[in-house]
Design a protein around this ligand. Structure first.
Ligand SMILES: [Zn+2]
Length: 83
């Protein structure tokens, strides 16, 4: 089973989920709308798409903070989680 980790904006809203593929590549399942973990909505989360590579300035639909998706950050996240 794939390991999924939340990918959050600087304020902690969940923008999507990170997945490590079998070949060790990092993929972001980007949500259409950000999810606030403290106030989760009742409607199901819609995934906009699967992002391979990098994307600059993804904006949070809740607080409008922007975040860049890139390989470096993802590797860092996985390493910090696996400690
Ligand atoms: Zn946010």
């Amino acid at each position: 089973m794939d390991e999924l980790l939340d990918w959050k904006c600087p304020k902690g809203h969940v923008l999507g989920q990170m997945r490590r593929t079998g070949r060790g590549q990092m993929v972001l399942l980007l949500y259409r709308e950000a999810v606030d973990p403290k106030h989760p909505g009742r409607k199901p989360v819609e995934v906009l798409g699967e992002l391979h590579g990098s994307m600059l300035g993804i904006s949070c639909s809740i607080c409008s903070k922007r975040k860049t998706w890139g390989k470096g950050e993802m590797v860092e996240k996985f390493e910090s989680v696996n400690v």
